[in-house]
Design a protein around this ligand. Structure first.
Ligand SMILES: Cc1cc2nc3c(=O)[nH]c(=O)nc-3n(C[C@H](O)[C@H](O)[C@H](O)COP(=O)(O)O)c2cc1C
Length: 135
């Protein structure tokens, strides 16, 4: 199995998840400003909700993916209130014909004093456990 890990972050929460997951997979966690140029079986894509949507940069990044190079996307991230960006990311992935795994990792993310410290150590441990199923 070959992997890539990309993330978009505004306040660092997704980066922390991405780095822990990437370490477990033996790859580097990179921001989405780094295009996926190599063929990968699984692209782990970290992203979050901002004002009820995913960031336009995340949409652009997913739109730039080459379905002949990316086997599937595994979505992961955190949010303060909403549960999952899965459907938003899938809407973009569908446009370029890249498959999305039905499983994803999601946890609470600190925002303006809500869910302080999240993702916390338990969240990070859960994210690492989550990626083990793909090894
Ligand atoms: C500008 C901004 C807008 C946000 N809007 C939402 C939102 O609409 N719904 C929600 O559940 N969380 C919202 N959040 C919370 C983030 O999704 C949460 O803090 C997440 O962990 C941020 O990840 P990051 O640190 O990688 O950017 C918002 C956060 C920011 C900074």
């Amino acid at each position: 199995m070959t992997y890539a890990v990309r993330y978009y972050t505004k306040t660092g929460n997704t980066k922390r998840l991405a780095e822990a997951m990437a370490r477990e997979l033996g790859v580097e966690a990179l921001p989405i400003s780094e295009p996926v140029t190599e063929a990968v079986d699984i692209l782990f894509l970290g992203n979050s909700f901002y004002a009820f949507n995913i960031d336009p940069e995340v949409k652009k990044f997913v739109g730039s993916l080459d379905k002949t190079k990316v086997g599937k996307i595994v979505n992961f991230g955190s949010a303060a209130m909403l549960n999952s960006t899965y459907n938003k990311v899938k809407a973009e992935a569908d446009k370029v014909g890249v498959a999305m795994d039905s499983k994803e990792f999601h946890c609470k993310g600190e925002f303006k004093g809500i869910h302080k410290g999240r993702p916390n150590d338990d969240d990070i441990r859960a994210a690492v456990e989550f990626v083990k199923q793909y090894k």
